[in-house]
Design a protein around this ligand. Sequence first.
Ligand SMILES: [Zn+2]
Length: 684
Amino acid sequence: MMKILTKRLIQFFYGFLLVGIVSSVLASPAPGIPREFTPFIDYDMSVRIDPQTRVLEGKSRITFNKTRDHVLKLGAAFEVTHASINEMPYEPETAEDGSHVWQIPYAMLRPYDVEIHWRGTLHPLDDTLDHEQTLGRPVAASGEAGTFLPNASSWYPRVINGLIHYSVHIELPPGQRGLVAGKLVDEQETDAGYQARFEFEHPSEGIDLMAGPYEIASENYTGIRGEPILLRTYFHPQIGQLTGDYLEAVKRYFKLYESWIGAYPFSEFSIVSSPTPTGFGMPTLTYLGINVLQLPFIKDTSLGHEVLHNWWGNAVYPDYKSGNWSEGLTTFMADYAYKEQEGEDEAREMRLDWLRDFAALEPGQDEPLVAFTSRTHGASKIVGYNKSAMLFFMLRDLIGEDMFNRSIQGLWGMQRFKVTAWPHLQSAFEIVSAHDLKPFFDQWLNRSGAPNLTITEARQEPSETGYRLRVTVKQTEPPYQLRVPVVVQTESGEETHLLDLQQTEQSFTLGLNDKAQSITLDPDIRLFRHLAPGEAPPILREVMVNPTTATTILSDNEETRHIATTLAEKLQRRAPQRLPANQPIPTVPTLVIGLQHEVDAWLEAKELSAKPEIVNGKGTAQAWTLTSPEGTSLAVVSAQDNAALEALIRPLPHYGRQSYIVFDGRQAVDRGVWPVRVQRVAVE
Ligand SMILES: [Zn+2]
């Protein structure tokens, strides 16, 4: 696999479903693999695994033809039973970590055939590992519930930093089935067990192998060009009933993306279940935890994202040196596109979430899009996925949907199986749309941050045909070039105008039929920009995660204080910074926790709004956000007694995206987000 073919790690975080895990997607790790055409190294490999004894036996012929120097590495857990180069013995060296290493010389003049046989005992499968632990340790592990041999574990003599083609023959005992990424060319099941051979015809960075007590369900799908595509689930028996829904969902995505972009570039796609709560995306397959697959929304969200990566990422390869565009385009055409299918409000809500997340970045966490290579922390997702997806959204607004879609198809036609950088995308869009997009791409790729926009003046006077409205918009230096949507409210309704903003301060004159009452800047959140103060409704998470948040516990009762402290720790994932209740409200975000009567009294003493109507008197506990007259964001937690407060400790941290929530015991019974307060300016 080239980098593309590298598996992408799918990162999980706890979502609003307490039982479950929500997935979102991580980019390919380890950027920097050269993507230029490289003469390939061919593997012809056979591997036999017995998950009961965990013994792996393998042999491989590796042909180096017209290649530079290479290093082969086999993990320390294995013993080498045969090694030769062009039929001469070739003993490996032992590296510091105990692994076996072969130096393969420059093979320009003569090809090298390397033959290696090896065997060893794999680590026992540890299904108590969580996702992060699985990511942190590339360990080849096996057990009857599942076998996962990640490339990075060196479970076979792998090439370090080289691209390979492979043919892999897998043998497993009866009841077990397995696969690697690629085309299934042969498969047999007898009393002796299961055998299958897979070939990968595109340049690949390595081989990941999965096996388990799978039930295989297959369906033949006919691609847009009439070619057969084999769709499969390799599911553990306990989730066998999910097969039909998953295969249906995959077919839906194939229909969507083949007609939107072009023919699926591979001959199979499989969904493979894992006994550990992990997730990986690879070409031709996705490997997801059993518990993840059981979540009802995965097939409507993450699965589509993973299927789409077979176009963007696994077939058009990002050039990591100049920034990874594939996560943004995949987010735009998968996660975001599904929101647009749900409705305009849902789509707008997602754009607002992106801007809100961006606004919550700490100074120094923001980077230009060209610096994004793969997801390593939350901040990189906010730029590499969200800002990048918003770039494509704004680009579609700029050139129109039809030109956008034709450019996407043009990009696919030009760059399929090629290393592709941002400038290739820019050219594809420029050629098709006949727009000069240099300023657009320059400002969104090379600058960090976002524009800050305000309407500083809105005055009108009567004209011959109605009214002339003069609007002045200001932005910070250096100016962005933006088409700023403004909505003018008149006596008879609303009109949208686009202001072609080029300077830091610029005035526009709009002709109106009716008298204007007010004007609103970008109410539909169509620009990537800093939200104005108070524009986004405050949500609980803003207070919870802010590293400066102060915590005020209102109760004097020792037990209540203890429970409240534990709750504050869980919400903030750190020890709370205490602020006594009798202190003035600070300027930093503040979390306030107490019993009902204490909270009511405190709000009154501080002259803050009382408990909002929408939560008042409901359930056993409530949490909500509010903004003090001085602009401080507060999150208030109020419970009727200690038991009700304690019941929040587990569930409340999962509801950060809400502005208010009501609990009855541990059960969330009502929740919501305060309405957006847009930048509306009254017109004189
Ligand atoms: Zn992704």
